[in-house]
Design a protein around this ligand. Sequence first.
Ligand SMILES: NC(=O)c1ccc[n+]([C@@H]2O[C@H](COP(=O)([O-])OP(=O)(O)OC[C@H]3O[C@@H](n4cnc5c(N)ncnc54)[C@H](OP(=O)(O)O)[C@@H]3O)[C@@H](O)[C@H]2O)c1
Length: 326
Amino acid sequence: MSSRRHVVITQFGPPEVLTLTTEALPEPGANEAQLRQTAIGFNFIDVYQRKGAYPLPLPTGLGFEAAGVVEAVGSGVSDLQVGDRVAYMNAGVGAYADWRNVPADRLVRLPDSVSDEAAASLLFKGMTAQYLLRKTHAVQPGDLLLVHSAAGGVGQILTRWAAALGATVIGTTGSPHKREAALAAGCEAVIDLTDAAWPQAFLEATGGRKARVVYDAVGKDTLIRSLDCAAPFGLVVSYGGASGPAPAIEPELLNKKGCLFLTRPSVFPHNADVRTFRANAADLFDAIGKGHVRVDIGERFPLDRIAAAHAAAEARRIVGALLITP
Ligand SMILES: NC(=O)c1ccc[n+]([C@@H]2O[C@H](COP(=O)([O-])OP(=O)(O)OC[C@H]3O[C@@H](n4cnc5c(N)ncnc54)[C@H](OP(=O)(O)O)[C@@H]3O)[C@@H](O)[C@H]2O)c1
């Protein structure tokens, strides 16, 4: 293969700024593996970056995760071989491509039980759920959790895994047609976020009990009222802003709402070194093997319809994960 197709943006803006281009494929450099990508993941962070909400130097590629087959390795690569099936989620932007050279220490070999499509659609989201329920809070049997966007990509994985660990999960969704997916993922009750009184609906569903942890990646539209759903000394995890950036919060408000803890974590520092990354991935693959984590692919888009994929995600149309095929 001497050329590759990849998506670039030269300006921030609507989905139409995503442009598929062809360029020469360089040989893999030292400590790099060359991948023929077979499946590419979509994550909501890709939208923030395309719009410039998380600005990148331009021009830039986009996309954080993909799976594929190692077709060549550069010098210094000893732990991967041609023919290995691998995936990544933490190798910098540029996954929207058919071929890509990737630092070998950002790759994890896939077990037979995890297909390329499953890996590409759940590694980033699954590794997010992994740290959210192992590290941000070590979820225990009996914990009551509120998970926003429970029918979404991260939301479904987090819900299913937390329920398997014995937690009671109450989910929210932004439209009634996502309710069944949230229930199927393991929510005990699903709250409709379009109901302005959703915090009261949450308390009605729990008999007045508040959550040990609130997982909120909706941000602007929900975070302040998420504080009302957390039990005294509870934890509110603001891990995204699908509706816009989360508002600033005065520490004194956390006191008034019940001596709450508030954190804003990210998946990248949790997987910054190769040993931790591969150990976390092994934990995720183990959970997949046990059936605690599963991916429901909502829709597939070929690489040349990447703009339509972004438009569908932003319209909140996708239930489950969106997969891009090279
Ligand atoms: N901090 C981290 O480490 C980390 C890592 C991965 C992802 N994330 C965050 O987790 C969230 C979920 O990511 P994902 O890739 O799995 O996406 P996703 O859940 O499949 O899509 C985002 C969801 O946000 C909800 N939403 C609420 N208001 C919205 C709005 N105004 N516009 C669009 N969507 C809105 C929608 O669900 P409803 O319609 O049901 O409300 C939508 O399904 C994102 O906010 C992402 O940035 C954070």
